[in-house]
Write a protein that binds this ligand. Structure first.
Ligand code: ADP
Ligand code: ADP
Length: 216
């Protein structure tokens, strides 16, 4: 299955991507995670991406697209993948379509995680990420008081771009640049909306039901 998750920052894409990708035995490809790994590794790509990420702006398309092309060419992505955080605007979506056509394949489905703005702000304000395994937690919803990852024992941190000012800007960027993807993929006939409110497991269940007709 070739699948894209779309939704505003904080909708729960990364959280759901972990479970959906594992349920379907396909690799989860999160452009935000790849950029963050490059920033902490001090690579050229990381140095370039950092200033955009710190502001809450999108990293330029040519950089992002080249990175995704490389990742999708790897052997584990040949039979399917879950993209989280890419595409992020219509030009990226158009190039992805062309890229997949070159590989002789196409997207099966785009899942839109639907949540309202208040919930998104609540989720982002309490988001914590494991510095070791990358797992995503929430201070209130997961009752994380100790900054220790229950999955691997690693230290949890708050992302720099989850500060209030940057969050506001990222939500504007989403409305201006990413939200148009919803009608783009609706026109392609592959968009399915999923109510992303309520407990994580319920959202996963709804997502898996939506994907049901596309699984073997
Ligand atoms: P969130 O989980 O809050 O939606 P991400 O982890 O997906 O955020 O992305 C963090 C940052 O990484 C973005 O604000 C942007 O700077 C950069 N980024 C991630 N994916 C893309 C992309 N497809 N195009 C451009 N920039 C991206
Ligand atoms: P995105 O990748 O879309 O930016 P995340 O998956 O990182 O979103 O989730 C943002 C925050 O919200 C995280 O702290 C996560 O633990 C929390 N979260 C995700 N899904 C839910 C949910 N269904 N209920 C409560 N909190 C959630």
């Amino acid at each position: 299955m070739r699948l894209v998750l779309v939704g505003p920052p904080g909708a729960g894409k990364g959280t759901q991507a972990q479970f959906i990708a594992s349920n379907l035995s396909i690799p989860k490809i999160s452009t935000g995670d790849i950029f963050r790994a490059n920033v902490s590794g001090g690579t050229e790509l990381g140095k370039l991406a950092k200033e955009y990420m710190d502001r809450g702006d999108l990293v330029p398309d040519e950089v992002t697209i080249a990175m995704v092309r490389d990742r999708l060419s790897e052997s584990d992505a040949q039979d399917g993948f879950l993209l989280d955080g890419f595409p992020r605007n219509v030009p990226q979506a158009e190039i992805l379509k062309k890229m997949l056509a070159e590989f002789g394949v196409a997207l099966d489905i785009v899942l839109e995680l639907v949540v309202d703005d208040d919930e998104v702000v609540r989720r982002l304000a309490g988001r914590r990420t494991c510095s070791q395994c990358g797992r995503i937690w929430h201070v209130d919803f997961d009752d994380k008081k100790d900054d220790v990852c229950d999955a691997c024992g690693g230290r949890l941190y708050q992302r720099d771009d989850d500060k209030e000012q940057t969050v506001r800007h990222r939500l504007e960027v989403y409305q201006e640049q990413t939200a148009p993807l919803v009608s783009f993929y609706a026109d392609e006939g592959i968009l399915v909306g999923v109510d992303a409110t309520g407990p994580v497991e319920e959202v996963t269940q709804r997502a898996m039901e939506a994907l049901g007709p596309f699984t073997d």
